[in-house]
Ligand binder design. Structure first.
Ligand code: GLN
Length: 484
């Protein structure tokens, strides 16, 4: 059952081949057996899941079930879940029980889906390896010495290990696509504004976007359908109509114009990863696509600009964690200042503190123009690069990450090398564009992801392009050894 996709599980539930309770018990048993080693879940809501599954079965018996009613899944622990601990990977929120549901959470509940629990993540989504989590690192199911990527590493590992058929993720600089790539699954970061950020704990508000992580593009289409749409509670939510994402999955790729940015194939890219990507591109040519080299000349500025904008926004967003209203509070504060500084000092981990310091510095009166304004200008240049590219091509392809999953501990002492692992993903966030990563092969016996970046609101095309590839290849169906 755990090897079935959401589309298949939905059919199995509809035909009565399996009940939601049986399915939920099956996944809970797998989590119990396999997760102690992987650490992909921080909270398992077994009792609630079984109650929700029973309600789903009752709804089905009564004829009021939708196609996703009773399908189990997991939420990244960045989404507020009413009555359930929502810690965002941080000691700061280790005692926080969310008083309301995030928009994405409500939508999945309304569809009758069954939440198995909350997945591990880098602290406040800051990281590329899941090593900054207060709850310890997540292991990559393909090789437990290696990281699963971050910050949605728990979601990626859980889906790759078949502990859940799907999990939600969020992507500020690559946190859906990079772990999807490193764990051999399919992940989609939608256009900024496509999915409501209401109730999603904010890291960098102008970059954060939620999306689905699943094994196939077909499943991502089903999940995005549910997650997408305007929400007046999120002032950056956009009103564009939500198309039927499953409808065009089989559209022909004849005449599709693919752009390959030369900056994504240069120095720093593992030659074996490059080979996998080139082979995947050949597959697209066979399907009738045309390929053209393009240039995104400001790519080298994306990481430096991101590491001003994201810390600046996080220094502001995280100021609400002050030990007064919610979250960690130090013992016996002497006065208000002591309360603030010790609560924050004890509650935040090292990477979060580094970002707050960088952000506060970049926003300070003396440096604002030199850093923050400059970074915003670069952001414009990067958007313009894409705008120019999309006059020539329909979408852009390249590697999701420069290498396969690295070892636990390999980069954690060297922030710059860690930051560079998002070199191909960050630009899409700065420009607000949708991006998808799909399994394209293996290098060093580890999964390699192909990244597809589209124009604004072109998610349907990204899903179509990924689905067609998955009809021709079996990379997305491979299972890590020992996971059967
Ligand atoms: N790895 C990047 C960072 O550390 C991106 C994280 C994310 O997308 N949430 O900021």
């Amino acid at each position: 059952m755990h090897n079935k996709t959401i589309a298949e599980l939905s059919a199995a539930l509809a035909s009565g081949e399996v009940s939601s309770v049986a399915l939920t018990e099956h996944f809970l048993a797998r989590i119990k057996r396999l997760d102690p080693e992987l650490n992909s879940f921080v909270t398992v809501t077994a009792e609630q899941a079984l109650a929700d599954a029973a309600a789903a079965d009752a709804a089905r018996a009564e004829g009021s079930a939708g196609p996703l009613t009773g399908v189990p899944f997991a939420h990244k622990d960045i989404f507020c879940t009413e009555g359930v601990k929502t810690a965002c990977g941080s000691k700061m929120l280790d005692n926080f029980i969310a008083p309301y549901d995030a928009a994405v959470v409500s939508k999945m509940k309304a569809a009758g889906m069954v939440m198995l629990g909350k997945t591990n993540m880098d602290e406040f989504a800051m990281g590329s390896s899941n090593e900054t989590s207060f709850y310890g690192p997540v292991k990559n199911p393909w090789d437990k010495e290696r990281v699963p990527g971050g910050s949605s590493g728990g979601s990626a590992a859980a889906v790759a290990a078949r502990l859940a058929p799907m999990a939600t993720g969020t992507d500020t600089g690559g946190s859906i696509r990079q772990p999807a790539s490193l764990c051999g699954i399919t992940g989609l970061k939608p256009t900024y504004g496509r999915v409501s950020r209401y109730g999603m704990i904010a890291f960098a508000s102008s970059l954060d976007q939620a999306g689905p992580m699943a094994r196939s593009a077909e499943d991502c289409a089903l999940m995005l359908q549910l997650m997408a749409g305007f929400d007046e509670r999120d002032s950056t939510s956009l009103e564009n109509e939500v198309p039927d994402y499953s409808k065009g999955l089989n559209n022909s790729l004849e005449g599709l114009r693919i752009g390959l940015p030369k900056e994504y194939f240069g120095e720093g890219l593992d030659p074996e990863v490059a080979k996998v990507i080139e082979t995947a591109i050949e597959e697209y040519k066979k399907m009738g696509a045309t390929v053209k080299e393009i240039s995104l000349p400001n790519t080298h500025l994306a990481v430096p600009a991101y590491y001003i904008v994201a810390p600046a926004e996080c220094s502001s967003n995280l100021s609400r964690m002050d030990g007064v209203r919610f979250g960690h509070r130090c013992d016996d504060p002497k006065n208000l200042e002591d309360l603030y500084s010790r609560s924050r000092g004890e509650g935040f981990g090292e990477e979060v503190k580094r970002r707050i310091l960088v952000g506060a510095y970049a926003l300070s009166a003396g440096y604002y123009d030199a850093y923050y304004i400059k970074a915003q200008q670069i952001r414009h240049l990067i958007s313009d690069d894409f705008k120019a590219a999309f006059t020539e091509v329909d979408l852009i392809m390249g590697p999701t990450t420069p290498s396969t999953a690295f070892n636990v501990g390999e980069k954690s002492k060297d922030p710059i090398s860690m930051y560079l692992s998002d070199i191909y993903t960050i630009s899409a966030n700065l420009a607000g564009l949708p991006g998808l990563s799909l399994p394209a092969g293996f290098a060093q016996n580890m999964p390699v992801g192909l990244q597809v970046i589209g124009n604004y609101f072109d998610e349907a095309r990204l899903l179509n392009v990924a689905h067609r590839f998955q009809q021709e290849t079996t990379w997305h169906q491979q299972t890590p050894a020992g996971i059967e």
